[in-house]
Structures are given as structure tokens and as C-alpha cells.
Design a protein around this ligand. Structure first.
Ligand code: PRP
Ligand code: URA
Length: 210
């Protein structure tokens, strides 16, 4: 069965996404917001981590208590814009390793062009969350996840802040086994394949390159 995209409609996430969308929000605030939203989304996206019971000694007595068990995690931002989400994720899971996949969309074809890939040596043994604030046509996410699967990865989630229906459809069709976490599902893509209403070019707004 296809996993449905999980839209995170928590008021704090929705409020911060509204601030992100505002064209008057400058790079410094934009970066802070992206990280804060990633941290809030990380809380939800790690809800299904397996737990195990251990015995500890509190100052009062011996007690049974829960800790996270299972595989270690890795975050894989799609460069550039995915980088903006990494610190927020690491704030909650500081022991995670970070891999990088570099892609840009060709301005004419809108197809992704890969230019970099550096992953932790044991990436296939980790639970992975791929990070990119924008899921537009879905081409970048589809290719990044294919790349991870070629490296033997089997446990992969995808987290974005804003998605277009076209991107959700493409990603679900190409990788039906991937759970998508998304902060907002927007209306559509425009002719330049930008998300409407969206927030513009996420990479440019994070790094101030416009
Ligand atoms: C943006 C965004 C995604 C991609 C989404 O990156 O960060 O990676 O576009 O579009 P898609 O779903 O149609 O593939 P961009 O290509 O602008 O590169 P940048 O992050 O370096 O600015
Ligand atoms: N990439 C962006 O940064 N924004 C969009 O709206 C689409 C792709």
C-alpha cells in the first residue's frame, strides 16, 4: 500500500511557514525559520523510532526505563537548500551522521543535474531522512533517493517543508516505499516549475544569492 504523505499541520509549523513565504523575510530570519521548522518536523518524523527497556539506577532506586534502540540515523540534505535544515535536525539527534547529495535543476529542462555525492561509509546500515525544503516536480528527490538505494540503503524517509501535488505524485510513483513528511501541500507548479504560492527559490533565500 502507498504511504500517504504526512502533512504536519501543527500551529507552530504553519505559523513559521507563513513567515517563510513572506517575500519581506530576509536571509537571516529565513535561515532561522528553516532550522526551527526542521526541528519541529524532526520531532514528528522520529515518532516511530523503536524503543527498548533498560535498567538504570536513579538516586532513589533501580528502575526500568526506555531508550531508543535499533539502527543509527543519517540525515542527507540535497544541496544547497537542504543544508538549511541540517542544524535543526542535529539539535534533536546530535549523534546522526550527515551525507550530502548535490543537485541543481537545469533552468531549461527543469531536470536535476547531480554534481556531488558524499555519504557516510556505513550509510546502508542507517535510518535515513533526506532533507530538502522544496518538493516541486519531484525530480531532485527521486534522483537523490535512487542514488541512496544504489548504495544499498533500505530505510529512507523524505522531509520537505513545502510540496507541490506534482512532486508528491512523482515521488510516490518512483519510490512507493518512502514516507514523505511535508509542512504544507501547495496548489500547483507554475510554468517555470516553481511552487505556487510557495516561497520562491529556497537556496537563494537561504544563502542570499539572488
Ligand atoms: C531546489 C530545491 C530542490 C529542487 C526542487 O533546488 O532545493 O532541490 O529545487 O525541485 P524539483 O522537485 O523540481 O526537483 P535548486 O535546483 O534550485 O538548487 P539549489 O538548492 O542549489 O538552489
Ligand atoms: N525550487 C525552489 O527553491 N522553489 C520552488 O518553488 C521550486 C523549486
Amino acid at each position: 500500500m502507498l504511504p500517504k504523505p504526512l502533512i504536519m499541520d501543527h500551529p507552530l509549523i504553519q505559523h513559521k511557514i507563513t513567515l517563510l513565504r513572506d517575500k519581506n523575510t530576509g536571509s537571516k530570519e529565513f535561515r532561522e525559520l528553516i532550522n526551527e521548522i526542521a526541528m519541529l518536523m524532526c520531532y514528528e518524523a522520529t515518532r516511530d523510532l523503536p524503543m527498548k527497556q533498560i535498567e538504570i539506577e536513579t538516586p532513589i532506586c533501580i528502575a526500568k526505563a526506555k531508550i531508543i534502540s535499533g539502527r543509527k540515523m543519517a540525515f542527507v540534505p540535497i544541496l544547497r537548500a537542504g543544508l538549511g535544515m541540517v542544524d535543526g535536525m542535529l539539535a534533536l539527534v546530535p549523534a546522526a551522521k550527515v551525507g550530502h547529495i548535490g543537485m541543481y535543476r537545469d533552468p531549461q529542462t527543469h531536470l536535476p543535474v547531480e554534481y556531488y555525492c558524499k555519504l557516510p561509509a556505513d550509510i546502508e546500515e542507517r535510518d535515513i531522512i533526506v532533507l530538502d525544503p522544496m518538493l516541486a516536480t519531484g525530480g531532485s528527490a527521486v534522483d537523490a533517493i535512487s542514488q541512496l538505494k544504489q548504495h544499498g540503503c533500505t530505510s529512507i524517509k523524505f522531509m520537505c517543508i513545502i510540496a507541490a501535488p506534482e512532486g508528491i505524485e512523482a515521488l510516490t510513483a518512483a519510490h512507493p516505499d518512502i514516507q514523505i513528511y511535508c509542512g504544507a501541500l501547495d496548489d500547483r507548479l507554475n510554468e517555470q516549475k516553481y511552487i505556487v504560492p510557495g516561497l520562491g527559490d529556497a537556496g537563494d533565500r537561504i544563502f542570499g544569492t539572488k
